[in-house]
Design a protein around this ligand. Structure first.
Ligand code: FAD
Length: 356
């Protein structure tokens, strides 16, 4: 005899920061819920970040609801390892029911409930929260010759530190924070060329994650008050794209933070531009971002033409029992950040529990 699907009121997919923030509010609401996470242990994407990664905002601006992230000894911005330690403590402190490692393969519509299929059996839930992040879907844009390159393609998702690249000729692609931070540390050990689609724009030194979060907060409040939400975000975009964290400032002061225009194609030995100029390299380091990890939701057929699932707040427009948390601004202002995930989770759980 096989057991039928296990019933639960709310099932959260993903036990990273967003899933834990959802768990905090579900626990407070005394909801019947479970969190399924594909990892062996706590930390989500932070467990896989490169060793030197520092948050771009201080601990008090990088905390989940209920518990402040400890200020690192000696001050400064927390490291990825400190975030993992914080999330580990957080999950334990609030006794969050996370099952690991459990990978969700598919979510389907069942009889009045959503069916969640995993490698460890099927669940049936009244509401499902997808909080699977983006780290698991690194994005590399297509350029002609991409597959003919004889060197190594490396994405930020696979980068752990500079040592394996020592002495190599590296082309770094991308105009954001990851590219600038990796450039800063790689210029010390490798021959680096930085290419970007448009000239890189550093934020002023006095603007860090705090200001970004304050702007996101104002935007959030404006959204809640029903006002036009676009302006503060547009304001910050005018200032620049890259937070001048200490290693980036130091690289700027060394004069190495200079980018070439984007190449137009890739050759077996390197990269090339439309004017015929070429550059030989051993490694192309793609700091070109991530896409939401949504393949488990494919059976619901909800994706729009842009590959995203249309939402109203966190709720999927085409499936009211499904919420999306984290991922990016389309599921809530700054919801892919530590502080933003909590804010969005609070509203989401209020919506879910109001329906019980
Ligand atoms: P994740 O951390 O990716 O967690 C998702 C979890 O879901 C994982 O454990 C994963 O294994 C699991 N999962 C995925 N698919 C399935 C499945 N099918 N079934 C079961 N489980 C699944 N934010 C800040 O606030 N401050 C910063 O300074 C900052 N710096 C950043 C720097 C970099 C380089 C990057 C990439 C991000 C940074 N962020 C920062 C953004 C953000 O905090 C992280 O991206 C964060 O990890 C997102 O959390 P999450 O819980 O949404 O996703």
């Amino acid at each position: 005899m096989t057991a039928g699907p296990r019933p639960v009121d709310v099932l959260v997919i993903g036990g990273g920061q967003a899933g834990l923030a959802a768990g905090y509010y579900l626990r407070r609401a005394k909801a019947d819920f479970v969190i399924l996470d594909a990892q062996d242990s706590v930390g989500g994407a932070w467990r896989h970040a490169w060793d030197s990664l520092r948050l771009f905002s201080p601990a008090q601006y990088s905390s989940l609801p209920g518990r402040m992230m400890p200020i690192p000894p000696g001050g400064g911005y927390p490291s990825a390892a400190e975030v993992v330690a914080y999330l580990t403590d957080y999950e334990r402190r609030y006794d969050l029911p996370v099952l690991r490692p459990v990978t969700v393969n598919a979510v389907r519509r069942g009889d009045g409930r959503l069916l969640v299929e995993t490698g460890h059996g099927t669940w049936q839930a009244k509401a499902v929260v997808s909080a699977t992040g983006t780290w698991w879907r690194p994005y590399i844009p297509y350029y002609p010759g991409l597959r003919d390159f004889g060197g190594e393609h490396l994405h930020t998702a696979g980068y752990r530190g500079p040592e394996p690249l020592r002495g190599k000729r590296v082309v770094i692609v991308g105009g954001g924070n990851s590219a600038a931070q990796l450039l800063a540390e790689l210029t010390a050990v490798a021959e680096v060329t930085w290419v970007t689609q448009r000239p890189p724009r550093l934020l002023p030194d006095d603007i860090d994650g705090r200001v970004l979060f304050d702007l996101a907060t104002r935007r959030h409040r404006a959204t809640q008050a029903g006002e036009q939400a676009g302006e503060p975000a547009a304001g910050i975009a005018d200032l620049g794209d890259i937070v001048a964290v200490p290693p980036v400032r130091e690289a700027r002061d060394r004069g190495v933070l200079k980018a070439e225009p984007m190449f137009t194609h890739i050759t077996p030995g390197g990269v090339a531009w439309a004017d015929g100029s070429t550059l030989a390299c051993d490694v192309i380091l793609w700091c070109t971002g991530f896409r939401p990890a949504l393949s488990h939701l494919a059976p619901l057929g909800l994706r729009g033409p842009d590959g995203l699932i249309p939402t109203r707040g966190t709720r999927a427009v085409g499936e009211p029992r499904l919420h999306l948390l984290g991922y990016g601004d389309w599921t809530g202002p700054a919801s892919a950040t530590l502080i933003g995930a909590g804010r969005t989770a609070r509203q989401m759980v209020a919506e879910i529990t109001a329906q019980r």
